[in-house]
Structure formats: C-alpha cells, structure tokens
Design a protein around this ligand. Sequence first.
Ligand SMILES: Nc1ncnc2c1ncn2[C@@H]1O[C@H](COP(=O)(O)OP(=O)(O)O)[C@@H](O)[C@H]1O
Ligand SMILES: Cc1cn([C@H]2C[C@H](O)[C@@H](COP(=O)(O)OP(=O)(O)O)O2)c(=O)[nH]c1=O
Length: 212
Amino acid sequence: MTHTGPAARGRFITFEGIDGAGKSSQIAAAVATLRARGIEVAPSREPGGTPLGERLRELLLHEPMHIETEAMLMFAARREHLAGRILPALEAGRWVVCDRFSDATYAYQVGGRGLSRDKFAALEAWVHPGFQPDLTLVFDLPPGVAAARMAASGADPDRFEREQRDFFERVRHAYLERARGAPQRIRVIDADRAPELIRAEIEHLLAERFFA
Ligand SMILES: Nc1ncnc2c1ncn2[C@@H]1O[C@H](COP(=O)(O)OP(=O)(O)O)[C@@H](O)[C@H]1O
Ligand SMILES: Cc1cn([C@H]2C[C@H](O)[C@@H](COP(=O)(O)OP(=O)(O)O)O2)c(=O)[nH]c1=O
C-alpha cells in the first residue's frame, strides 16, 4: 500500500568545531551519504542560510562590534533561519545538515569571548525553546593543527579566523564542555586524522543513530 499520510519529520544534524577543523568536506560527504539512501537533504550554514541571514553573516564576519551585539545578531540570523528554512524543511520530511548552530554561539561567544552563560541561555530559550539538533558532531583538534591547515589553504582570514591561539583553545574547551553536558546529542570526533578515517566514522555514526 502506498503511504499517503504526512511525511515523517526530517532530522536536524549539525557540524561544529574550531575554524579549520575540516567540517566543510565532511559535510559534503555526509550529505552525499544521506542522499544515497534516498533522503532529501537541505544543506545549510550559520550564520546564514537565508537571504537576510547571509547579509547578517557579512556583518558578523567583517564588522567589529560589541560582544552582546555579536551574540544577538547570531541569534537573529538563527531565528530567521529556523522560521524560513530549517523548520519548514523538517516538517516537509527533509533532513537539514547544517554547518554550525547554537553550540557555536556557546563555544565562540561564551567560551571564546566571555559572554555570560545566563545571557546565552536566555537567547537560546527565546529563539528555540525545547528544540535542539537530533545529532551534533563536534570536530575536535588542537588549534595549532587547525591554524596550519588554514594557513596552507591560503584563504583570506575573517574576523574570527584572525583570533589568536588562546581564543581557539577556549572555544575548543567550551565545545568539549557542552558535549559533556549532552552526551546523547553531541558526539566528539577526533579531527586530527586523515579525512578518509573521519568520513568512515561519520558514516558509521549516522548508520548507528538513524538506520540501525
Ligand atoms: N582531515 C584533514 N587533514 C588535513 N587537512 C584537512 C583535513 N580536513 C580538511 N583539511 C584541509 O584543511 C583546510 C580547512 O578545512 P575546512 O573543511 O575548510 O574546515 P572548516 O570548514 O572546519 O573550517 C582545508 O584546506 C582542507 O582541505
Ligand atoms: C554560528 C556561529 C558562528 N560563529 C563563527 C565561527 C566561524 O569563525 C564563523 C563562520 O563560520 P564558518 O561558516 O565555519 O566559517 P568558514 O566558512 O570560514 O569556514 O562564525 C560564531 O562565532 N558564533 C556562531 O553562533
């Protein structure tokens, strides 16, 4: 019998880690893996993902601003992204694979810049009460390794990528702290390995979590 009811809700998967951790190519591989299983996937990124969000991204990556302005703009872009893209896709049964979400605000703005945890929690509770990704993969590696990768790539660094090593140490530790608080949702991946090994681990994790 053909199934004619509403589509099952899609899954929301996020990738996190310090700049230069190697998320981009692994996101493409994970999207391809899911599509090969016949799943409709909407890849996206934060800050960004909507026309307004992409304009906010330009400001966030290039304009100096107060730390609380930065945190609020991250969540403003996220509000738009949830309303305009993430939630409609999930409701239609599509899966959303996103390069960063609120764990990045926790890691960068709270961990890296020193935003108060209470202010972060208030923004998170305002923008997505009771909603979190189904699975988050945190790419973990020493900041020195990530910096060498970024230098080798030759790309122009943005406002975050120009931060010093100690900033990325704090961001890294905030990610690990956040992962300890939500071990079911957040899986830490050793990103200081060959891309093929990381890809195989992610395929295994996706299979175990969603297709067992
Ligand atoms: N596992 C890896 N080992 C070595 N270099 C890598 C690995 N993964 C990615 N890279 C390289 O490191 C740089 C940063 O990777 P990228 O995927 O852009 O990181 P991110 O999206 O997390 O900032 C790129 O030049 C990429 O080719
Ligand atoms: C989503 C988000 C990103 N960021 C930062 C982390 C990154 O340095 C930057 C953009 O992320 P990203 O898309 O990973 O950068 P790139 O495309 O250059 O690899 O924004 C925050 O500080 N807080 C946030 O909430």
